[in-house]
Each structure stands twice: as structure tokens, then as C-alpha cells.
Ligand binder design. Structure first.
Ligand code: SF4
Length: 415
């Protein structure tokens, strides 16, 4: 039986696209292999959002050059954000690669219609569903719009049909994906929005939970907030990247909102959706970020008290406005110091937030058993472990919390 190997790094969108690609290969009679050396076809699904990711892609491509020399019959394809529009240049740089295709695009060996009909062969209990590709925002530091192109929404009917089929085959939760889910639908006939899509998905039998990411603070609407509050399957969890606590830095980042707007949005979300969990993204060491501006970010995080904070140190991404126009002038050591400081702050905040759940019973959607323990997530996306001999896979289980940490919870079933 022919074998395929997909190597994926980066965001959930890449993971979702790799799962779909894997399903296509399996439908064609291929079998997955964990080792590139044994594969007949290898796909690298790449990421260049940070320098560290780009370096890993370069290393992987180098390693595969030797493999391709030893076994020239192997097909090697590269997709993801490493692939830019200049295919000729890419081919020159990496002649051992047979195919390049842009992230979200149809693989070159397939007809677009056939690609559109690929359904996941082995639906997961929790499954990622891309709903909108690309981004129109052009934040000054971000390479995504250059690589994933402009926004393209999938029609409501297509998504509802896919999620209905997945639910019929065992999926209990869907996580709708887009670089900016608040833009969903503006390019479709009738201009449906994310709230409309959630309303349709909420009616699907067998589906227990719906999540989505990522929201954009400048675009998130009151209609969406009310919809989250109203629909029983939509989880109380929102991913709302703030990026910086300084208005000047937000302006240089071209984010399109200020901190006052962000604060008001958080207040509105918390007043309409009780118990909501908020997560955010922060970049430290953006060009010219002063100690005072960093302190504003630190203070905002202390004030808002997010459940989760994803922190990155700025690295210039070629092609972006920030890389072209702004000097990367915060020293590496200082970026690291700021990153550590926020990590420490957030560890304390997450500890306190999670500790409030001690002794409480939470509803857990059980995904898998690993290392002898069942694991799943609460509606607010807290990772929970518990031990029990019954098979709870795919079930909603009440778990009484007996131990908490900043990163996860542990407990026992509470029937
Ligand atoms: S909203 Fe900004 S950060 Fe997010 S993908 Fe678009 S350009 Fe990048």
C-alpha cells in the first residue's frame, strides 16, 4: 500500500488543512506513516509567522534534500505560509521540491471541485473547520495576508452540510477557524455573518459544542456577543488578541483600535456572557517599544486577567510594513526579559482563576485517554484530566475538580 507523510507546524488552520489532505490521500488508498523515509509522498505544511518556525521549515527542507537524492521517485510538496507567489524563485531555491501550493489552495494534482468535496475520513471528537481563508487587515508585522491572500468565506450551506455529516459520524465539537472570523460572510451573497452561521450550526443534531477563533477587537459586534450568550451549543470562550497595551504601539501595528475600545469590548462581553473565558495574544519588543509602553501592556494584562495569554517576542517578517519601515531596535535580551515577565504574571493569574474551580463540578467533553487518564475540555476550554475505567470517549461528563494548576485541572467523575 502506498504511504503518505504530512509534516505540519503553525496554526490550527494548517492543522485543519493537513487533516483534510490526509483524508484525501486515504481516500486514494494511501496509508499514513510517521516516517518521511518510508513515504511515497511527503507534504510539508509550513509556517513563517515567526523566525523560529521559518528556521524549522528550512531545516526540514534541507533534511529532505538528502532523502530526495537517495529516493528520487518520492513526491515532495510544500504548502503553508512558506510558499509565496514567486514560484519560479522557490523552484530555483529548492529544486528537490516537486510541487508548491499556497495555503488553503487546492493541491496542484487535484481538480478544485474534487478538493471541495473531501470530507475527513476519521472525524475527531473535536474537529477544526476552516470557514474563511485569508485576511484583509495587513497588520504591520504580519505576513499572513501576503501568503494566504484576501478573505474568502465558505458558503453557509457548505459548512452546515459538512458539520452535519461530521456530527452524524461522531464529531461532538467543531472549532470554526479564520484569521478574522468577524469578517466571515462579507463576500457572500446576502452577506451572512458569523452570528447567522452559528445560528444554523446550533440546530445540528448530535453536535454538542461550537467554538471559533480568532476574533478581531475592531470588528467584533454586539450581535455576535448576544448570539454567543443566547445559543446553548456555543461555548463561553473568546479569543481576542490585544497585541499591546500601548495606543502608540497599536497604531504602529496598524491594529485599528485603541485600548479604550478594547476595554469597553471586554466589559460588554463580560456583562453579557457570565463566566466567559478570555484569551489573548501579545507581542513584546515591537520596534521602539519603550519600557513604559511595555509596562502598559503588563498593566492591561494585570487588569483584564485573561484565562490564557499567548506571548511572542517580535521578529521582523520580510515583506511586511514593519520589516520594511521600522527598525527592530529592542535588544534580544530585553525582548526575552519582557516575555519572561509576562509569562510569570500570567502564570500567577491563571493559577488564581483555575483555583476558583477547586471543589466545583464542570462539564467535560472527553476527547481521549492518554497515559491512563481521560482528558477533555470544559466549555471555557480548560484542560481536565480524570481517571476512570468506563469508556467516556466523546461523552459530556461531569467532573468534580480536586486539583488545579495554571495549565490544567484534575478531578473525578461526579454522577
Ligand atoms: S488580523 Fe492582523 S495579525 Fe491577524 S492574520 Fe490578519 S493581518 Fe495577521
Amino acid at each position: 500500500m502506498p504511504q503518505y507523510h504530512i509534516w505540519t507546524i503553525g496554526c490550527q488552520m494548517n492543522k485543519a488543512e493537513s487533516e483534510r489532505l490526509g483524508s484525501f490521500f486515504e481516500r486514494q488508498g494511501y496509508q499514513a506513516t510517521a516516517s518521511a523515509e518510508e513515504a511515497d509522498i511527503i507534504v510539508l505544511n509550513s509556517c513563517v509567522v515567526r523566525q523560529s518556525a521559518e528556521s524549522r521549515v528550512a531545516n526540514k527542507l534541507n533534511a529532505l534534500e538528502a532523502l530526495k537524492r537517495a529516493r528520487p521517485e518520492v513526491t515532495l510538496a510544500v504548502t503553508g505560509c512558506w510558499v509565496n507567489s514567486n514560484m519560479e524563485q522557490l523552484k530555483e531555491k529548492t529544486p528537490h521540491v516537486d510541487y508548491f501550493f499556497k495555503p488553503g489552495d487546492c493541491p496542484p494534482w487535484l481538480e478544485r471541485e474534487e478538493w471541495g468535496q473531501v470530507l475527513l475520513q476519521k472525524p475527531m471528537i473535536s474537529t477544526y473547520i476552516p470557514i474563511i481563508q485569508g485576511c484583509n487587515n495587513f497588520c504591520s508585522y504580519c505576513i499572513v495576508p501576503y501568503r494566504r491572500g484576501r478573505e474568502r468565506s465558505r458558503p453557509v450551506a457548505e459548512i452546515v452540510c459538512e458539520v452535519g455529516e461530521l456530527a452524524r459520524r461522531g464529531t461532538k465539537e467543531v472549532i470554526l477557524l479564520g484569521q478574522n472570523v468577524d469578517s466571515y460572510g462579507h463576500d457572500l451573497d446576502g452577506i451572512p455573518d458569523l452570528a447567522d452561521l452559528l445560528g444554523e450550526l446550533n440546530n445540528i443534531n448530535g453536535l454538542a459544542r461550537i467554538r471559533f477563533l480568532t476574533n478581531h477587537p475592531k470588528d467584533m459586534s454586539t450581535k455576535l456577543i448576544e448570539t454567543i450568550a443566547r445559543l446553548d451549543k456555543v461555548c463561553e470562550q473568546i479569543s481576542l488578541p490585544v497585541q499591546s497595551g500601548s495606543d502608540d504601539i497599536l497604531k504602529a501595528m496598524r491594529r485599528g483600535y485603541n485600548i479604550e475600545h478594547y476595554r469597553q469590548l471586554v466589559n460588554e462581553i463580560r456583562s453579557r456572557i457570565p463566566g466567559v473565558a478570555l484569551s489573548t495574544d501579545v507581542i513584546v519588543g515591537f520596534p521602539s517599544e519603550s519600557c513604559e509602553q511595555f509596562q502598559q501592556t503588563y498593566d492591561l494584562l494585570s487588569e483584564v486577567r485573561f484565562d490564557t495569554v499567548h506571548i511572542a517576542a517580535y521578529s521582523p517578517r520580510p515583506e511586511t510594513t514593519a520589516a520594511r519601515e521600522l527598525e527592530d531596535n529592542v535588544p534580544t535580551d530585553e525582548k526575552k526579559r519582557r516575555l519572561d515577565e509576562i509569562e510569570q504574571l500570567q502564570e500567577g493569574i491563571a493559577s488564581e482563576i483555575n483555583a476558583r474551580l477547586l471543589g466545583e463540578t464542570v462539564e467535560v467533553l472527553v476527547e481521549a485517554k492518554k497515559g491512563g487518564k481521560w482528558q477533555g475540555r470544559t466549555r471555557t476550554d480548560k484542560l481536565v484530566f480524570f481517571t476512570d475505567n468506563v469508556d467516556y470517549s466523546g461523552q459530556l461528563v461531569p467532573v468534580k475538580i480536586e486539583y488545579t494548576s495554571p495549565w490544567s485541572l484534575q478531578g473525578k467523575t461526579d454522577y
